[in-house]
Every structure is written in C-alpha cells, then in structure tokens.
Write a protein that binds this ligand. Structure first.
Ligand code: NAD
Length: 501
C-alpha cells in the first residue's frame, strides 16, 4: 500500500516549517544543527518508507539547550502570569489553525488513523495549552496570620524542566508537559520519542510564533542517550517522563544523583469490569475503544476485560460481530478505524504475545495476525482472546497493541481482588447500572483513574496518572501545577528578635 504522501511532503516547506528532508534541533527560538554529526531516520509505519533524517543531539547539544532555557527562564519567569497566559492562548489558537497539518504529520510518524489525529491529538493539545493559559494568572500563595507577625507563601517555578515523551501521542504528550510547565513560568527542554520526532518541533515553532521568548521551549532530538543526558544534567530541576515502567525506574534512579523532581507516566494492564446488570452494548463499545483505538497503543487501555459469567456468551457474540467489522488499513483514509503499529520491532513483539496466548490455550475469537491482503506496514488485526486465565503471561504483561483478553468472574469481591492483582494501577472501567456498586467498586480499585460506564476519557480538567508501578505524580488539572512549582514560605516579623541571650 502506498499513499504517496511521504514523497509529496519530503523536502517541501510547509508554511514556515523546517523542510522535511532533515529535522534539526530547536534551540533558542530556532532550528540549529546538532554538533554530533550523527543522524537517524524515521519510518512511516504504514508504508515502511523513510520519512526524514533527524539530527541526534549530543551531550553538548543538551548543554546548549539547557543554557538557552536558563536565559529563556529569566525573561519568562519575570512576566506576570496574565502576560504568560495571553501568549499561551495565542499558541493554543495557532495549534488549532495548524490542526490538519499537524494531524497529518502525526499520522505519518505514528501510523494512527487520521480520523483520530484530526479530532483528538492536536485539538486536545490545544485544549491543554488553553487550560493552563487560563490558569497562569490564577497562581497564588496563602497568607498566614500569626498574631502581629505574618507569613505568606509564594508558588514559584522550578526553573529549567525536562520533558521526555513516548511515541503513541507525541504532540499531546508534548503539550501535557510543556503547557503547565510554561504557565507556571518554567522553561523546558523537551525530547520526543526517537520514533516520532516531527510534531514536537512544530510545537516549538508555534510557541515562538505566539511570542514565547526564545529559549523557553527547546526540542532536542535523539534516543535514550539524549534522555539520559537530560536526566543527568545538573541544570535541569525536574524530569517528566512518559514511557515504559522499566524506563521510569531507570530515570528515577538516575534523577536521584541530582535529586530532581520526577513525574512518571508509565504503563498499565488495566481492568475493564462488566457486571451482570450493565448495558451490554455500551460495555462492548467501551471494550472496543479501550483495546483498538490507536491500534491498542494506549497506556490506560482496558486490556483485561472481566465479564460476569451470566452475560459472557452474549457479550462475546456482540463483541466479535463488531470487532470483525472494523476497517484496518491506510491511516490517511478517513474511514480507517485501525492503523499500523509503530515499528517492526513492536509489530513482532505484539505477534509474539498473540502466539503466546494461543500456546497458553486461550480461545481466539477474532483477528490473530497481519490482516489478509496487506503485505506492507506494521498492521495487526483487532484480536480478541476468550477463556483467558489471570496467570497467562499475555494477560499479565502490557502488550501495547490491539489484543484483548476476556476473562469471566462470579462475584464483586472476587473481581476486585483479581483486578487489583497486578503491579500496575493506571486505570480501570466499571460497567453497571447499580449506582452504589459503581462507586463502591471505583473506591476499591487500585487505579489512578476509574471510569464508570465509559472508558478512556481524559479531559484536561481531571488529574491523570497511575497508582503502583504505573507512575508517580499527576498530569492535567490543577494537580500538574503542584508538580511544576515549589512553595516558598516567607515569614514577616512585626517586632524585634526576642533572643533569650
Ligand atoms: P520508552 O520507555 O521506551 O521510551 C519513552 C521515552 O524515554 C523515549 O523518548 C525514550 O527515548 C526515552 N528513554 C528511554 N530510555 C531512557 C533512559 N534510560 N533515560 C531517559 N530517557 C529514556 O517508551 P515508549 O516505547 O516510547 O512508549 C510506550 C510506553 O509508554 C508504554 O509502556 C506506555 O504504557 C507508556 N505510556 C504511558 C502513558 C501515561 O500517561 N501513563 C502515556 C503514553 C505511553
């Protein structure tokens, strides 16, 4: 399958954007060459064609970005919150204006369907920038009356912060990290995942055009080595990572050397529980969305679907009928439901888990491999396994692909215990028409987000993040402000010092 877009975009200027034949670093308000002399290339997951060469940042480039961010921070943090908010509002507007261009770039990089990218990815990033733009002027401290003396607190930025992104939602992740950071007066050095470098650089252009001072938002490109240089850098006060649990552990350990603040948004293997009194069609819709949206490459996906024994046969029948009708193929076709997985390595990993499920004795309901008739690109059919057990490896480990495991249960206590029996705790779904049960089970689940009768809705207003090994800290909402600021207490005396000597 070809869609010719790679060629059409290669080497062409898109507005004021960098040509697509070589992506450079974005430091101090513009594109600059890396001093490493090294490049890597990115590949369109749907066509296996090369998209562009990308310059790999060296440690010296990271130094340069941090120096630039320090200078940017001095200017940016001296502005009022209202001034910062006005500029960030302008950036949100520009993101909306560039939605189509950015959504197409996101599709090229990730392989996800354009129908998703154009309605969610960029616009949710814009929502986020707008939300924190509004919040910038509301940051304030408290006043403490101490009987003559008094104290107050100032909520101050941390300085230069570092953001490290995953490849599944590149621009949304870049916005989720940079918008609260910048609203609070911080500067940021951001590194997108090496598989999806395009849109973070465009976000930097947008910030510059909106009036964010040079150096406040810098983008360094590269792999784990670049991320490690950021985490080790003494000039970076905080790292916010989105990635795998293993990467989170490494980042946290390395950040200890300079006692950086860390926010970690990591993986999951979330339960989606369907009780006997649930609206079955609604639960089926949610299970499809919670497993096959973005080809299943969503951290909060409800990949362990627990269905009450009494409705299991009905649920599986309706689920299979709808899963088999999903359209898989060209991500640039607006009718496509399921695009391509991010890379060949990931494709092989997901197929490996499908083999593992078969070997373990789970029953394949639908899907199970590369779709017939598509021989290029990293496509995997929406796949459902039934008759799964909690101990099967593919049921316990994060697959990050379109593979659903259906399990059955008898009682509420049993399903809560089984749902919680995992090292992860990112999210969960509860489907029931019993109000009291919905709240009771939501309270009992070890998860940072619980959806009742819906799934995977992450509006910017509500905190997002994980329990247990799914993460530390929260993104979105007012909670993120606390992770990008520090509190200073100022004590003001009304009289002389009362020294006892
Ligand atoms: P990854 O952990 O392989 O890489 C994430 C980022 O970390 C990349 O930019 C990578 O270059 C960088 N990195 C890798 N090793 C590093 C190191 N030692 N030091 C510093 N940086 C390093 O993850 P991925 O494969 O890009 O993304 C998929 C994972 O991300 C999944 O586990 C998924 O669940 C998780 N994820 C979580 C959320 C969330 O909000 N909780 C959202 C999206 C994805």
């Amino acid at each position: 399958m070809t869609h010719g877009l790679d060629q059409a975009w290669a080497g062409r200027r898109i507005g004021y954007a960098e040509p697509m034949d070589m992506l450079r670093l974005y430091i101090d308000g513009g594109y600059v060459d890396s001093d490493s002399g090294q490049t890597f290339h990115t590949v369109n997951p749907a066509t296996e064609a090369i998209i562009t060469e990308v310059q790999q940042a060296s440690d010296a480039d990271v130094d340069r970005a941090v120096d630039s961010a320090r200078r940017g921070f001095a200017e940016w943090s001296a502005m009022t919150g209202a001034e910062r908010g006005r500029i960030l509002n302008g950036a949100a507007r520009l993101l909306r204006e560039r939605n189509e261009e950015l959504a197409r770039l996101e599709v090229l990089d990730t392989g996800k369907p354009i129908a998703e990218a154009i309605t969610v990815d960029v616009l949710s990033g814009a929502d986020c920038v707008e939300y924190y733009a509004g919040m910038a002027a509301t940051l304030k401290g408290d006043h403490y009356d101490l009987g003559g003396d008094f104290a107050y607190t100032r909520r101050e930025p941390l300085g230069v912060t570092g953001g490290i992104g995953a490849w599944n939602y590149p621009i949304q992740i870049a916005c989720w990290k940079s918008a609260p950071a910048l609203a609070c007066g911080n500067a940021m050095v951001f590194k997108p995942a090496e598989l999806t470098p395009l849109t973070a650089a465009r976000l930097a252009e947008v910030y510059t055009e909106a009036g964010v001072p040079d150096g406040v938002f810098n983008v360094v490109q590269g792999d784990a080595r670049t991320g490690q240089a950021m985490v080790a850098h003494p000039g970076i006060a905080k790292i916010s990572l989105t990635g795998e649990v293993g990467t989170g552990k490494k980042v946290m350990a390395a950040a200890a050397a300079t006692l950086k603040h860390v926010t970690l948004e990591l993986g999951g293997k979330s339960p989606l529980i369907v009780f006997e009194d649930a609206d079955i069609d609604n639960a089926v819709s949610a299970a499809l969305l919670a497993n096959f949206y973005t080809q299943g490459e969503v951290c909060s996906n409800g990949t362990r679907v627990f269905v009450h024994e009494s409705i299991h046969a009905d649920f599986i029948g309706r689920l299979a009928a709808r899963a088999e009708k999903m359209t898989i193929g060209d991500p640039l076709d607006p009718a496509t439901d399921v695009g391509a997985l991010i890379s060949e390595g990931h494709f092989q990993k997901v197929l490996g888990y499908i083999d593992m499920a078969r070997d373990a004795g789970a029953r394949l309901v639908c899907g199970g491999g590369r779709p017939p008739g598509i021989d290029r690109g990293w496509f995997v059919e929406p796949t459902v396994f039934d008759q799964c057990t909690d101990d099967m490896r593919f049921v316990t480990e994060e697959i990050f692909g379109p593979v659903m495991a259906v399990l059955t249960f008898d009682s509420e206590d049993e399903v809560v215990a089984r749902a919680n029996d995992t090292v992860y705790g990112l999210a969960a779904g509860v489907f029931t028409n019993d109000l009291a049960r919905g709240h009771r089970v939501a309270a009992a689940l070890d998860a940072g987000v619980v959806w009742i009768n819906t799934y995977n809705l992450t509006p910017i207003e509500i905190p997002f993040g994980g329990y247990k090994q799914s993460g530390i800290g929260r993104e979105n909402s007012h909670a993120a402000i606390e992770h990008y600021t520090q509190l200073k207490s100022v004590y003001v005396a009304s009289g002389d010092v009362d020294a006892p000597y």
